[in-house]
Every structure is written in C-alpha cells, then in structure tokens.
Design a protein around this ligand. Structure first.
Ligand SMILES: [Zn+2]
Length: 490
C-alpha cells in the first residue's frame, strides 16, 4: 500500500517551515493488519491525520527484528551492529572468564535488570533526543539524551510493564501511555516519542490478528484522534510518523538451540539460569525469539570473533541443518560474510562500489543464481520483494559487530529459538530475517518518496523537518534525498 506524493513536494520543503514532530511507535505492528483495519474504517484518525496528508509505505527494519535493538535506527539513525548492540541478548566475550558477577554481566540481556544498560552499550551518537533538546518520550527503553524529567511515566512503565508481561494486562499499559501522551499535548515540546507496547505484547500471547491485538490498534487510533483534538487548540498540527520496529508471526514450534547443543553433549551458556556456567563450549543468546547468536570460546581467550576457518566445521554444519533454522551467517576469512540456508551458500562482501552477492551453491537469499553487485539502495530495491527483504545489508551490518556471535541464526517462519519453558510462552514472535518480521508500516503526514524505505531513514527525515542538524555518518538517508535517484545513490 503506497500513496506517494509528488517528489517535488518533499524536495521543496523550505527550512523555515521547521515543525514539531510526533513519532508514534506501535511496537510489533504488522503492515498488513494495519492495512486491513484501515480498509474496514477502524483507524479513522490514522487515515485522516496521517495517511491523507502524507502516505503509508511498507518499509524494512533491522536484523535482529526485535524491540529495543530495532529502536536504535529510529533514534540514532544507525544499524544495531554499527551501534555495537547486536541483540537484546549478546555475550561480552571479554567478561566470560571472570568471576560470577563478571559472568552475569557478560551474558547481556535487556529483558530484566540489565535493561537500562542498552543506553550505555550503544556505541554511537548523538541520539535524536540529544539533537532536539525539547524532546519528550513515553514508554521507551532507550532514553539516552533525554533531559531530566523528559522521560514521562518511567515508574508506571516499570510497574505496568512488568504486570503486562506476566499477566497480559497490556490494555492498562497502553491506556497509561495514551493518558500521558494526552497530558502533554499543551506542553512545550518539539519532538515527542510515544511507544505503545500493547500490539507486540498481546501478539506474543496470542497471534497477530487476535481480537485483543486488533483492539489495541483501535485504542491507539482513538488516542491519536484525541491528541489531535487537543493539540489543535494550541496551534498547528505537528508532523506525525506512525511506525513499527518489527513485524510478527505465529510460532508453532519451539526449537531451543541451547538445549539442542546440550543434547549433543556441548556444555552451553544460556539465559535465564545457566549464565554462570564455567568453561562453556558454546553460548547461545536469543533475540525476539527468532534470532540467535552462537559463540564458541575464543581460542586465544580474547574477544576476537572467529572466522570460517576457525569455526568447528562439524558443529557448524549440524547447526545449519537443524530443522527450524532458516538462515545462518558467519564471517568468512576475507572480510566478508557467508550466508547459509540448508546446504546452499553465498558470500556477501562490500566495497566502495556497493554490495556483492556471490552465490556459491544454490541461492540462499533468493536473489538469483548469478553474482550480483549493486549499490546499497539498489540492492534494497532488488531484495525487498524476496523472502528476505534487505538481508544482504542486514547481515553485513550485524556481522561487522565484534559483539555478534561467531554464528548468527535466523529462525524459519513458525519457529522460534527458545523452549516452551519461557514465561509466558511465546505463541507468536519476531526477530528473524523473514519478510513477516522485517516488513514494517511507515506512515507519515508528510509526503513519502516513491522508493524503498528503511526505519533507519526516519531519524534524518525527522531531523530535517524539525530544522535540526543531521549528523554525518548516519546509515539512514532522509526522505528528501530518497526522492531523487541521485540523492539516494549519493
Ligand atoms: Zn516482542
């Protein structure tokens, strides 16, 4: 679904029209569910105040496609691997040989007491909050750069968030977000970041089109309508962005990679209770739960990831052929990335001219049987209709991060990588590299370019609208530049 406005309309927005921006992050919103509800007339405020003046596109998120990690592109304009945060769980190789406390710290998990550490682990900046001092945020796990008191309802988020996780009371959490949002309509602010966790949380408990999930979308739409009503009293409407951080799909089978390794006699460090294991032969860190980083002990005891020749070949082959493993990726010995899907193999590498996809055996990413070498945005266009939208870029960015596993696995549709012991059991999930997890709605009340969009493009786009400086070195490209082919390739 796309309603792109004329390209000139974007390129011609003069700087003096600096406006206020509201970014509404509907965690885990699926683009097709949103489209169906819009078609039924169930989201009249999204249609009237966002899509009618602007448009809605289906964009791509990052891998791992999971909450927190997938907020980094929106708030920092960077990919998670390049921000040095490769998952909601990852292993700090340097800490694993230390004492019990060091080992607990090394087995990083942003699901629990270490959750705030994501702010200091992000190894890039500045954040959108730092660049726009009059920022307010509601219910976000990433708060870096917010002024004191600008993170609204942090205590209620902690209490209602924990209750929602264990009791399913996401309606109460989203209502608190909506009330907090409405309460600041008349306050001075320039950038407002509003996160609704309900659709994602309820999807995990049920499935992406469960009535409670659909009601969560409708509740958010009503809050948007009320916010517009209030904000219009005090002046012009801000620019609205309504986006998701990842998609979701139903899980029919749990394939716990760590327990598989244990069954093969491989002593494996894992969450939640086996993070203190001494001398593990493998460590498994799961995100989403459709992504797993697998670490093997560094031969030197250091923190350098292993490349292909240093990986345990037999174990690698066994893991890649495990039912439920959709895609595996690891660093080759020449600075590139090997992609595996079953027995098929391809090599990815990047140079100044762009990204090269070289199929070696079969065609794991469905990009064709012949070598392909394209500039970044052209490869995005070529890959977005495949089963793995934007996979070349996403695997390159993730494997460039030294904190990523020696092997990264993406689950097949219908499968996740943690056992049914997880409380509450995930009946749906995300995190993987498949289209159902990678495609996200990007709706905006400003015109959208007729080009493939990534969530990483949102930050520079919002900064331009806000009249704030766009830092150098971002991974995203503002919509104004994507409006022309030259701009996209620059
Ligand atoms: Zn989730």
């Amino acid at each position: 679904m796309r309603r792109a406005a004329p390209v000139r309309a974007i390129a011609d927005v003069p700087a003096r029209e600096a406006r206020r921006v509201v970014c509404i992050l509907v965690d885990g919103a699926r683009h097709d569910v949103l489209r169906d509800l819009l078609g039924q007339g169930d989201l009249p405020n999204l249609a009237r105040w966002v899509i009618e003046p602007g448009g809605m596109a289906v964009g791509t998120t990052v891998f791992p496609s999971t909450t927190g990690v997938a907020y980094i592109p929106i708030l920092f304009g960077r990919y998670p691997g390049l921000a040095n945060v490769p998952g909601i769980r990852w292993l700090d190789r340097a800490g694993i040989s230390g004492g019990a406390a060091a080992r607990w710290r090394a087995a990083r998990s942003y699901c629990g007491p270490q959750a705030p550490w994501i702010n200091r682990d992000i190894d890039c900046g500045p954040s959108l909050f730092e660049l726009v001092p009059q920022s307010l945020a509601i219910c976000t796990p990433i708060t870096r750069g917010l002024a004191r008191g600008a993170h609204l309802m942090p205590v209620r988020r902690a209490i209602l968030g924990a209750a929602a996780h264990y009791l399913g009371s996401y309606g109460a959490l989203d209502r608190a977000v909506a009330n907090s949002w409405l309460a600041v309509a008349a306050r001075p602010w320039q950038f407002l970041f509003v996160v609704f966790p309900g659709p994602d949380g309820l999807t995990h408990l049920h499935h992406p089109t469960h009535p409670s999930v659909l009601d969560a979308y409708r509740q958010i739409d009503r809050a948007l309508g009320e916010f517009v009503r209030r904000v219009r009293r005090s002046g012009d409407l801000p620019a609205f962005f309504v986006v998701a951080d990842h998609g979701a799909s139903a899980v029919h089978e749990h394939k716990d990679i760590a327990l598989e390794l244990e069954a093969w006699g491989i002593r494996t460090l894992r969450h939640p209770l086996h993070v203190w294991r001494r001398h593990p032969r493998a460590s498994v860190m799961v995100s989403g739960n459709g992504c797993a980083h697998v670490y093997f002990p560094a031969s030197s005891g250091g923190r350098t990831p292993r490349t292909e020749a240093q990986l345990p070949a037999e174990l690698l082959a066994r893991l890649l052929l495990l039912p439920g493993v959709g895609v595996g990726a690891y660093r080759d010995d020449r600075g590139g990335v090997m992609v595996a899907r079953g027995h098929s193999r391809a090599r990815l590498r990047e140079d100044a001219a762009g990204v090269t996809y070289e199929p070696l055996l079969g065609d794991p990413l469905g990009l064709g049987a012949l070598p392909l070498s394209l500039p970044d945005r052209e490869l995005l266009e070529s890959s977005r209709a495949t089963q793995f939208p934007d996979a070349p870029r996403q695997l390159l960015q993730l494997l460039s991060c030294a904190r990523s596993g020696d092997l990264v696995l993406a689950a097949d549709p219908g499968v996740d990588f943690r056992g049914p012991w997880e409380l509450p059991e995930h009946r749906s999930g995300h995190g993987s590299l498949f289209a159902e997890h990678m495609l996200v709605p990007i709706a905006a009340s400003v015109p959208l370019p007729d080009a493939a969009l990534r969530t990483v493009d949102l930050m520079p786009t919002m900064l331009e609208i806000l009249g704030a400086p766009v830092p150098d070195g971002l991974d995203g490209v503002p919509f104004s530049r994507l409006a022309t082919l030259e701009g996209a390739l620059a």
